[in-house]
Design a protein around this ligand. Structure first.
Ligand SMILES: Nc1ncnc2c1ncn2[C@@H]1O[C@H](COP(=O)(O)OP(=O)(O)OP(=O)(O)O)[C@@H](O)[C@H]1O
Ligand SMILES: [Mg+2]
Length: 342
């Protein structure tokens, strides 16, 4: 483990923002910290960066505690959610800032700055000031400033959230490539599950100051541990054990046991196959065509279901359909409904 946070607890007054949080990042790994607004993501990032103190717990790099090391001495690169460039400095001065305060000779700084300007594809912007740049360009500069000093860890707090969808997608891919080519261990905060699925080697899913589950994007999508994770990572149909028992008992074969209210079934929209059938148990409420897929809402004895099929569909609203769900596609998730933040 390269960077670890162990048993971190943080209070603001009597409010506990982080509750016994432990996470780790390996060398070269891209980790996404995912969770709803207010769950403690920025608090955790600030603690790792050395910008805030812990009440309990430790932060270690290569097995050595960082708690007594100032933010600057940690040598971490940080990009915040809102553009945090120095408004009166040029782009080049912004990018070279970390090198300048480390007393690197001017010719080396200017060589490094032009190298970085090429990397972020803004070679002609060296002498502009941040106010003359678009949001996406400013975040590119913030990224260049963060990596200029060859940081030991890159910390990104929702660097894309202020950007429109297209710029966001482009910059997301660029951050991905850049991280892969430089190999800097990266922790990126996001509350966008698609972003996390696309970028991360590992996703850490948080809710209300607690780590709920961590694993690969594949694990979190296909094996969510709880209702919260299932709901937060993609679309899911969540059905109580009671209902499954009375309507489709064959699905119970994969259930881990326990009380009825301990586990619910999570069935992903792409795992439900439907077929037009006048005697079918379900009927189509609505069909949304989204280009690459169609999202079909059904009324069924299992409750309202969302089904996704590739491309367009010949099915029509109000049509009766039969349902086919494989027991193996029924993921049993802990019913943590009390812990789900609204
Ligand atoms: N300085 C502070 N004083 C008091 N409460 C705070 C402070 N900073 C954060 N909080 C509270 O702690 C909780 C966690 O805040 P944090 O900023 O870590 O959330 P977040 O997961 O980053 O949310 P978002 O996605 O909205 O940025 C929130 O309920 C917030 O109101
Ligand atoms: Mg935040």
């Amino acid at each position: 483990m390269y960077l670890t946070v162990t048993n971190a607890t943080k209070h603001y007054g009597s409010f506990r923002a982080l509750n016994d949080v432990s996470i780790s990042i390996e060398k070269g790994e891209f980790v996404c910290l995912l969770g709803p607004s207010g769950c403690g993501k920025t608090s955790l990032l600030r603690i790792i960066a050395g910008l805030a103190d812990l009440d309990e717990g430790d932060v270690q790099l290569n097995g050595k505690s960082l708690l007594k090391i100032s933010a600057r001495k940690r040598d971490f690169g940080i990009v915040f959610q809102s553009y945090s460039l120095f408004p009166n400095m040029t782009v080049a001065e912004n990018i070279g800032y970390g090198l300048k305060i480390r007393k690197i000779p001017a010719d080396q700084i200017s060589a490094r700055v032009s190298e970085l300007l090429d990397i972020i594809k803004l070679p002609q912007f060296a002498d502009k000031i941040p106010g003359q740049l678009s949001g996406g360009q400013q975040q590119r500069v913030a990224l260049a400033r963060a990596i200029a000093v060859n940081p030991r860890v890159l910390l990104l707090d929702e660097p894309l959230s202020a950007l429109d969808a297209q710029v966001r997608g482009e910059l997301r891919d660029e951050i991905h490539q850049l991280q892969r080519s430089l190999g800097i261990p990266t922790l990126m905060v996001t509350h966008d599950q698609e972003e996390a699925l696309a970028l991360a080697d590992k996703i850490i899913c948080m809710n209300q100051g607690v780590v709920v589950q961590s694993g690969t994007p594949h694990e979190l999508y296909h094996k969510p541990a709880t209702r919260f994770v299932a709901t937060f990572m993609g679309t899911s149909n969540l059905i109580s054990t009671q209902k499954i028992k009375s309507i489709m008992p064959e699905l119970l074969s994969t259930r881990p046991g326990g009380d009825d209210d301990q586990y619910d079934a999570c069935i992903r929209p792409e795992s439900i196959r439907i077929e037009a059938n006048p005697k079918g148990e379900a009927s189509i409420v609505s069909i949304g065509f989204l280009g690459n897929l169609s999202k079909i809402k059904l009324a069924s004895p299992l409750g309202n279901l969302i089904v996704e099929v590739h491309g367009a569909t010949d099915l029509k609203e109000k049509q009766k359909v039969s349902l086919d769900i494989a027991p193996a596609d029924c993921i049993w998730v802990e019913n943590d409904v009390a812990g789900i933040a609204e």
